[in-house]
Design a protein around this ligand. Structure first.
Ligand code: GDP
Ligand code: IMO
Ligand code: MG
Length: 428
């Protein structure tokens, strides 16, 4: 039985798309289990750059089956837009290659409206969401008023529940936020069209997955976002509304824990974050700007500049613990090339002591000062390395320190955005 989960070990954008695509070559199934089109996963392959948001990064392989699991929130408009984009790029997408869970919740126009209205309402305390309606959709799921894909497949059920929801949401939009009410008839017409287009893709994906895993197929679970954006374990409330950690896989894909055999944590060789919230190793100087420009750290989904800082091993160790990571993938070591002295955070000074765990309270986190170790840098030759031994000795030392601190071996080192710029140094 082989189920591998790819987890973001920091605040998202670690290169999960690239690594999922790389591993998908030897997998038969690729599954998204949480989040929605707030994700932006970039894959550079076949001489092209693909940007994926909702559809698993295995879609570029003709032989892969891709599954959008029940834990994902689906905006049908975004779903079909992405299919259109992929087809334009010459990628085949059809219901044999892509399946959608009948239990997944639907992002509705009122979710998107409320996402942006509540962000505005929060003023300077805004979260900096992607504005895709993710939080409000998960809110409805847990409040038990959400609409699921299977509801959309039953016209009468959908019509009735949509009416109740639009009426209620309009009261909130108008009376709480002073916003503009949405038109029920327009939403209904739009979603009825989606229903017929979506129908061929819809199935009980948990059944499909169970049978495939039992038959010995290799399955890859593609995490979106990252450990510190997890609703329970992230920097709450500056988080997303789902569980990116490995614990999210069972719930979000409908499988048992014994079906996940390894968990790979993808981490950048430094740290980035997009949106608001604490970030202990953030760099506010030219070094931060340098890393942003060199690493092209701009959001795949919103185009926002990503905040940049040194690698924080307290966070990576936390990710190892939260997801039971069996190995790490370190990406973008090429971005650090040319920097003379590179810092790595190995603890936080907190109330006169040095701690190596990530505190729950943002107030405590604000009192934490990173403790750094300094490393000699390396040159751009890392770009062309094809084995661990070919990496600059200082880069090797850096990677070995990550392994030592986290007690976790590195399975893959990524030295550039392209599929072939990937070095496997250990088993997953
Ligand atoms: P994801 O959300 O975790 O999939 O990451 P994103 O795709 O949002 O951001 C990662 C960015 O870094 C993308 O533009 C990738 O093409 C790029 N990337 C991934 N690995 C490497 C690497 O090792 N070196 C460089 N230079 N770029 C990389
Ligand atoms: P990938 O999969 C980085 C951030 C947003 C915001 C917070 C909440 O590409 O790594 P949301 O729209 O989810 O309610 O926003 O989470 N965020 C991400 N940051 N990468 C992502 O996805 C993200 N998805 C959401 O910027 O701070
Ligand atoms: Mg991303």
């Amino acid at each position: 039985m082989s189920g591998v989960v790819v987890i973001g070990g920091q605040w998202g954008d670690e290169g999960k798309g690239k690594i999922t695509d790389f591993l998908a070559e030897n997998s038969e199934v690729v599954v998204r289990y949480q989040g929605g089109n707030n994700a932006g996963h970039t894959v550079e392959a076949n001489g092209k750059k693909y940007k994926l948001h909702l559809i698993p990064s295995g879609i570029l392989y003709d032989e892969s089956l891709c599954i959008v699991g029940n834990g994902v929130v689906i905006d049908p408009a975004a779903f079909f837009e992405e299919i259109g984009y992929l087809e334009n790029e010459g990628v085949t997408v059809n219901p044999k290659k892509l399946m959608v869970s009948d239990r997944a919740h639907l992002i509705m126009p009122y979710h998107k409206a409320i996402d942006s209205l509540s962000e505005k309402e929060r003023g300077s305390a805004d979260i900096g969401t992607t504005g895709k309606g993710i939080g409000p959709c998960y809110t409805d799921k847990y409040e038990r008023s959400g609409l699921r894909v299977c509801d959309l497949m039953h016209r009468e059920v959908f019509i009735e529940r949509l009416k109740t929801n639009v009426e209620f949401k309009n009261r909130i939009i108008k009376n709480v936020f002073g916003g503009e009410e949405l038109n029920y008839d327009e939403i209904l017409a739009e979603y009825m069209e989606f229903a017929e287009k979506l129908r061929p893709y819809v199935t009980d994906t948990s059944v499909v997955l169970y049978d495939l895993i039992k038959a010995g197929k290799k399955v890859l679970f593609e995490g979106a976002q990252g450990t510190l954006l997890d609703i329970d374990y992230g920097t709450y409330p500056y988080v997303t509304s789902s569980h990116p950690i490995s614990g999210g896989v069972c719930i979000g894909a409908g499988i048992g824990p014994n079906m996940v055999t390894s968990a790979v944590g993808v981490c950048k060789a430094y740290t980035t974050r997009v949106g608001k919230g604490p970030f202990p190793t953030e760099l506010y100087d030219e070094m931060g700007d340098h890393i942003r420009e060199k690493g092209f750290e701009y959001g795949t989904t919103t185009g926002r500049a990503r905040r940049c800082g040194w690698l924080d091993l307290v966070i990576v160790k936390y990710a190892v613990r939260m997801s039971g990571l069996t190995s790490l993938t370190i990406t973008k070591i090429d971005t650090l090339a040319g920097i003379d002295k590179i810092k790595v955070c190995v603890g936080y000074e907190f109330n006169g002591k040095v701690i190596d765990y990530f505190p729950a309270s943002l107030e405590d986190l604000a009192l934490c000062t990173p403790v750094y170790e300094e490393f000699d840098g390396w040159d751009s030759s890392v770009h062309h390395a094809t084995s661990f031994e070919e990496l600059h000795p200082n880069a090797q030392k850096y990677l070995r320190r990550i392994e030592e601190y986290t007690g976790t071996r590195i399975s893959i080192v990524s030295v550039g955005p392209k599929r072939e710029q990937t070095i496997v140094i250990n088993k997953l």
